[in-house]
Design a protein around this ligand. Structure first.
Ligand code: FDA
Length: 448
């Protein structure tokens, strides 16, 4: 088992999606701007994917971002950042054309290119193809005596460990399939979509179904309708039709940086009101443009007498039976209480995601993380897990904080500000507790 080159890091990031990429930028910029910030702040990130990728399996052509380009990795925290989307456009020679487009919402493909461009400045601090498998105490220490935590990492070379005073957990959303449904070569979750679709022979896909009523479901339905002009495309929708995502200005305020304080410092009733009135800004909703496009297609087919796009409203999947290339889907219709069956060549479950849950990585340490009366982790305003006082290392969450910090927890909207707050907290706590940069015990022995 090897160790990583440096001694004890100030922070190790688990996952290198947009959240921890934004943190890497914030750590650099805060150190650069604040002459009182300590030097030598060591940060390293581990990402299990072999290269940078942001929801690659959903990079469908023409799909657009759900947020303004200005809610990028840095601008809301530091409008002068060289990692802004505008800076990327300038460097790519497309700033003028982008402005001519008069569109706040770039395509996801362009945003992905922006993220790849930004991460290229951090290759010295990121280890790809490296999965963090656990966070624990160093051998021979107790929670009270440990000055740093030890993380285990699995990569191509085997298992290694890395030591750090703080951890930023940012492992992302977890795909959700209905109970009893297993994904395989013909049953896909939307997070696997392009990869599995790419493995199929298109002529084999004569009947396909998409389950769900959210943005991904609608986008995949449209994609399959475009890509498979010979196929019957079924959209299985639990509601009576797609519901529109409210992105009007007053509603959009729930994603403002200030809304985090309103939510965090509010009462249970405040938080409940956020969800009751505003979950239609993001959950199980679809952009107006996609809804209208799908409806227009369906109407056009009726006019031409060529019905191949079918919407099964108020319908749920009860069971999926697989046998070889055959896939039989049992449905339950709330329209007439019938239970029709559908034979498909492939079915896509765009049935959403669970929030990030750090317990698996924390293992034994989780016992020292405090929970609220409903059993959820307590999280401080600076996104640090609230622990028993003897655990002095910081465990920061980027994601999985819907219950404490609100609707932006798993989104990009507040990423720049959140990363800045975490970086400030790490820098501040280091200044309080560590007068001198300390050495790894092995290095200290050598030095002595
Ligand atoms: P993200 O999931 O992006 O990254 C987590 C990373 O951690 C992954 O790369 C994963 O491989 C890695 N990882 C996991 N476990 C690990 C381990 N143990 N060790 C090492 N690495 C590990 N939001 C928004 O505000 N606007 C938008 O337009 C969209 N659009 C959008 C489209 C689609 C298709 C989806 C599914 C989601 C969105 N979102 C969104 C929401 C989405 O959560 C958000 O865009 C970011 O992906 C959040 O970034 P994170 O870095 O937190 O997670």
């Amino acid at each position: 088992m090897g160790t990583f080159e440096r001694g004890i890091y100030d922070v190790v990031g688990i996952g290198f999606g947009p959240s921890n990429l934004s943190l890497a930028i914030a750590l650099d910029e805060i150190r650069g701007a604040d002459s009182s910030a300590p030097d030598g702040l060591g940060a390293v990130f581990f990402e299990r994917q072999p290269a940078f990728g942001w929801h690659r399996n959903m990079l469908l052509p023409t799909t657009t971002m759900q947020i303004s380009f200005m809610k990028d990795l840095a601008t809301f925290r530091n409008p002068r950042s060289r990692f802004s989307f505008v800076s990327y456009l300038h460097e790519s020679g497309r700033l003028t054309q982008f402005v001519n487009n008069q569109d706040f919402f770039p395509t996801r493909q362009e945003f992905h290119q922006y993220l790849e461009w930004a991460q290229a400045s951090f290759t010295d601090r990121v280890h790809y193809g490296s999965e963090v498998t656990s966070i624990g105490l160093p051998p021979g220490t107790t929670v009270g005596s440990a000055e740093y935590l030890r993380l285990e990492i699995r990569d191509g070379a085997g298992t290694r460990v890395v030591d750090t005073r703080n951890v930023a957990i940012s492992t992302g959303l977890v795909p959700r399939l209905p109970k009893g449904v297993q994904s395989d070569e013909r049953v896909w979750h939307s997070s696997e979509f392009l990869e599995k679709y790419g493995r199929m022979n298109r002529s084999e896909l004569n009947t396909v179904a998409v389950v769900g009523a959210g943005q991904s479901a609608a986008e995949i339905t449209r994609f399959l309708h475009d890509e498979l002009p010979h196929a019957q495309v079924f959209s299985v929708i639990p509601s009576y039709g797609y519901c529109v995502a409210d992105d009007t200005p007053f509603a959009n305020q729930v994603f403002d940086p200030g809304a985090v304080d309103s939510y965090y410092y509010g009462t249970d009733r405040t938080r409940e009101a956020f969800w009751r009135y505003h979950s239609n800004t993001n959950y199980s909703v679809v952009d107006d443009e996609v809804i209208r496009d799908l409806y227009r297609r369906s109407y056009d087919e009726e006019v031409r007498g060529l019905n191949r796009l079918h919407f099964l409203n108020l319908t749920r999947v009860d069971q999926v039976k697989r046998s070889g290339d055959e896939t039989r889907v049992s449905l339950v219709s709330l329209l007439d209480d019938e239970s029709p069956e559908l034979d498909v060549d492939a079915i896509v479950f765009a049935t959403g995601y669970e929030a990030m849950e750090p317990s698996g990585l924390l293992g034994e340490l989780d016992r020292h993380c405090l929970r609220d009366e409903t059993g959820r982790h307590r999280v401080a305003r600076d996104y640090r897990l609230v622990t028993t006082p003897e655990l002095r290392c910081g465990l920061y969450l980027q994601g999985g904080t819907e219950h404490t910090h609100g609707l932006t927890s798993s989104l990009l909207s507040n990423l720049a500000i959140r990363s800045g707050e975490i970086a400030e907290s790490i820098v501040g706590r280091r200044a309080e507790t560590t007068p001198e940069p300390s050495l790894h015990p092995a290095e200290a022995r050598e030095a002595g």
